[in-house]
Design a protein around this ligand. Structure first.
Ligand code: PHE
Length: 334
């Protein structure tokens, strides 16, 4: 009872006095601590009432101490000479990763043509990555050497290209479709200056009535000029992908040597940048789109490769090492 009153009245705002008082009540040999010792010896009938009063006494003391401490802290903030409203010194901020910068640039270029970004899962099933895209069952891309399988299950795998998102988009949307699909892809390859087991792709898909190869070529020419400069020329070489027919690979004219021949373009004047083609009618049908009424084109590029050409980066591994000396060079250049 006496202590209760004391706690209520205690109002010494000196830091030292407060600490002394805390020790006197709650310290190892403090008065309240001792009452807890005494509590062990009281008879069972009194235990309940004694316990309750003791606990509430302790809580009151703790509350009091905390509230005085808060008050002291607020006062010291108010009276200190520092200006707490002053803006902070320039904090060190990171720079955007060259892959993010180039990925954003690619999506911005295509968004001007009405392409909308779509995403899909990195862990996929065989159907979305291979079967729906016309890969025959014995196709080497399904091999253990190329594909990472999850838990030895041949049906669940890490996508080897973002074409799996094309399949998802075609299944879920009705034409006209104009989609751009950026994302990480995975291939079981030895890491070197020219190959990595993780890299980034951006794929595009355009499906409507009467879409022709001319539309594909014009779209890609527009992209190349926006990305690499107004004077860039493109060249399409015949190629093969199971999911496009006809298929092509696109080269852009080498800006570094102006076509005269240099180390970067291996003295050919051209740099390979992407794969493309007209979506195979089988693929449209697999995804529930009427191939008699609709046609479309698709293209896919590696973001690392585009960034390498743009910034003349010679080793793929640099993208993943997080060396600040490398990373700090790009954001300003954007
Ligand atoms: N998916 C292909 C690859 O990963 C690229 C591609 C996309 C080719 C779309 C044609 C059409 O290499």
């Amino acid at each position: 009872k006496k202590l209760e009153e004391e706690i209520e009245q205690f109002n010494d705002k000196a830091e030292k006095a407060l600490e002394d008082w805390r020790i006197r009540l709650l310290g190892k040999k403090g008065e309240i601590t001792q009452l807890f010792e005494e509590f062990k010896t009281v008879g069972t009938e009194q235990k309940r009432e004694f316990g309750q009063r003791l606990n509430s006494l302790k809580n009151k003391a703790v509350d009091k101490i905390v509230s005085i401490k808060d008050l002291l802290e607020n006062q010291s903030v108010l009276t200190s000479k520092e200006d707490k409203s002053r803006p902070s010194d320039n904090a060190v901020v990171g720079t955007r990763h060259p892959i993010s910068l180039v990925k954003r640039e690619i999506t911005e270029i295509f968004s001007k043509l009405g392409f909308v970004v779509e995403e899909g899962p990195e862990v996929e099933d065989d159907w979305h990555v291979f079967s729906a895209l016309n890969f025959p069952p014995e196709h080497p891309a399904r091999d253990m050497q190329d594909t990472f399988f999850i838990a030895k299950n041949p049906d669940i795998l890490l996508r080897t290209h973002t074409s799996s998102v094309q399949v998802r988009v075609m299944k879920n949307q009705k034409p006209p479709i104009r989609a751009l699909m950026p994302g990480r892809v995975f291939r079981n390859e030895a890491i070197s200056a020219r190959a990595h087991c993780i890299f980034h792709q951006v794929e595009g898909l355009y499906i409507d009535e009467n879409v022709s190869f001319t539309d594909l070529k014009q779209t890609l020419l527009y992209f190349a000029k926006e990305m690499f400069g107004e004077n860039t020329e493109i060249r399409l070489r015949p190629s093969f992908f199971p999911f496009t027919e006809p298929s092509a690979e696109m080269d852009v004219s080498c800006k570094i040597c102006g076509g005269k021949g240099c180390n970067v373009c291996k003295y050919t004047g051209w740099l390979e940048v992407l794969g493309c083609g007209m979506v195979d009618p089988n693929v449209l049908e697999n995804c529930g789109i009427d191939s008699k009424r609709y046609s479309g084109f698709a293209f896919g590029m590696g973001v690392e490769r585009i960034a390498m050409l743009k910034y003349q980066i010679k080793d793929l591994r640099l993208y993943f090492e997080n060396d600040l000396r490398f990373l700090k060079q790009f954001d300003k250049a954007y």
